[in-house]
Design a protein around this ligand. Structure first.
Ligand code: FAD
Ligand code: PYC
Length: 416
């Protein structure tokens, strides 16, 4: 990014408006020291940390569409670190801590807003499960507390805690440090900062194949804009990671599902925090523009179509109207879907592959936005040094052979 006074002025008054020219638009070079496949938040964050922490600046991010046009620009921006197992809690809290200083680190307002995340309990099983998460989080030094239904209503006044509804609210877990951020600003912030360090961000460039040397190690990649030599490739392609890796000759333990969300017409501030319910497949927050941001569980069938079944969103809206009856007459403005890549244990895969020089960062399923800075940070370490960072060491592909799974199905919070 080349700064101009006008651009700075515009950023000051319209931090949420995309600048017309935020970074260079280079042609791909014929060789790089490392290449990232996928220009979502995770790929861009990886490039930023490779350049800023490891001094690797002759690198490129290749994106088949436009940066942030995948799940990064489609998610509902919930950030929290209240996962059950110490390995996951460490990973997600590493990311939450990076989010806390991200606007300063990138010199770009990512609108991180730690307004609190409430997870509702509707039955005895939910109470036991949420309390288990609260105790486990506290043992890992992570803030989380179990509160009564009355206290949940005090924290979120529009919440309906009538005992007469189909799934009454019996209590809730509250992580006060959790919240939301602006998703596209996270992608743009990382892109602009990486570009300023010399990283080439190349859009409209699909990676189609892998080139290997006689010993089988990575020697380059094939793309729709020509072949590129490189000894290191990191695949960070979310719902399409298994497609890319199959092209490279690797079969991954991943399934891809549509996940949908929708927003209402904008209204004055009414929902002060994030409210989630896994049991009734619904969650809600309010964007700074005033839209209610509502999301569903995944569709039940695998698919690569970026839209899901209408019955899934209809059921979600029924649940929202029961929890917030006053929203029953609001109009919904847009709905959309993204493709999420789900592993058998609902935890990500971050590490080396059996092919020398090929690294993978995928399997974030329904919950990778919150991990964007942390994921990029530890993956950059892994790619730069050839060995995992202690935080991502438990998340390697080997776990599917050894059986050391990290089953976060309950903490994933969105029904799959
Ligand atoms: P992406 O942003 O999808 O980036 C991957 C990129 O790879 C894409 O831009 C794609 O075009 C590119 N690509 C694919 N194939 C190729 C190729 N062959 N060559 C070049 N480029 C390629 N997570 C949360 O933590 N909180 C939430 O509230 C939340 N809500 C969600 C709601 C919805 C509706 C959805 C769909 C997801 C949600 N998630 C949430 C999950 C989160 O969005 C993802 O886990 C995260 O954004 C993944 O980031 P990424 O950078 O890995 O993927
Ligand atoms: O992981 O918190 C989450 C989430 C919320 C909605 C989708 N994913």
């Amino acid at each position: 990014m080349r700064f101009s006074f006008l651009a700075l002025l515009r950023q000051a008054f319209h931090p949420d408006v995309p600048w017309t020219r935020q970074w260079r638009d280079p042609e791909p070079k014929s060789a790089y020291d490392a290449v990232i496949v996928g220009g979502g938040g995770h790929g861009l964050a990886t490039a930023f940390y490779l350049a800023s922490q490891h001094g690797l600046t002759n690198i490129a991010v290749l994106e088949k569409g436009w940066i942030g046009g995948g799940n990064t620009g489609r998610n509902t921006t919930i950030i929290r670190s209240n996962y059950l197992f110490p390995e996951s809690a460490a990973l997600y809290d590493h990311s939450l801590k990076l989010f806390e200083g991200l606007s300063q680190a990138l010199n770009y307002n990512v609108m991180f807003s730690p307004r609190g995340v409430l997870m509702l309990a509707h039955n005895h099983h939910d109470i036991i499960s949420l309390k288990r998460h609260v105790y486990a989080n506290r043992l890992s030094g992570i803030d989380n507390q179990y509160i009564s239904a009355k206290a949940a209503k005090a924290f979120c006044p529009p919440l309906n805690i009538s005992p007469r509804i189909r799934y009454p609210v019996l209590g809730a877990a509250l992580q006060r440090r959790g919240g939301v951020a602006r998703h596209d600003a996270v992608a743009w912030g990382f892109a602009r900062a990486a570009d300023a360090l010399g990283v080439d961000i190349i859009q409209n460039c699909e990676v189609t194949g892998l080139m290997r040397d006689a010993g089988g190690a990575v020697r380059g990649i094939e793309t729709t804009r020509g072949a590129i030599s490189t000894p290191k490739v990191g695949v960070v392609a979310a719902g399409h990671s298994s497609v890319v890796l199959e092209r490279f000759g690797l079969r991954m333990p991943l399934e891809s599902f549509p996940l949908q969300a929708l927003v209402s017409e904008p209204v004055k501030p009414i929902v002060p925090c994030v409210v989630m319910s896994n049991t009734i497949h619904a969650y809600i927050s309010q964007s700074d523009k005033g839209e209610l941001v509502i999301g569903a569980g995944t569709d039940q069938y695998v698919s690569y179509s970026q839209q899901g079944g209408q019955h899934v969103t209809a059921q979600t809206l029924e649940a929202i109207c029961e929890l917030f009856p006053q929203f029953g007459r609001m109009r919904m403005l847009r709905n959309w879907g993204g493709i999420v890549d789900v592993t058998p244990d609902r935890s990500p895969i971050i590490g080396k592959t059996p092919i020398e020089g090929l690294f993978v960062n995928c399997g974030w399923g329904t919950g990778g936005f919150k991990a964007t800075p942390g994921s990029g940070h530890v993956f950059a370490h892994t790619m730069a040094t050839g060995a995992p960072h202690p935080i991502n060491a438990p998340f390697g592909l080997e776990r599917f052979a050894s059986g050391r799974l990290i089953d976060e199905a309950a903490a994933a919070a969105v029904a799959h």
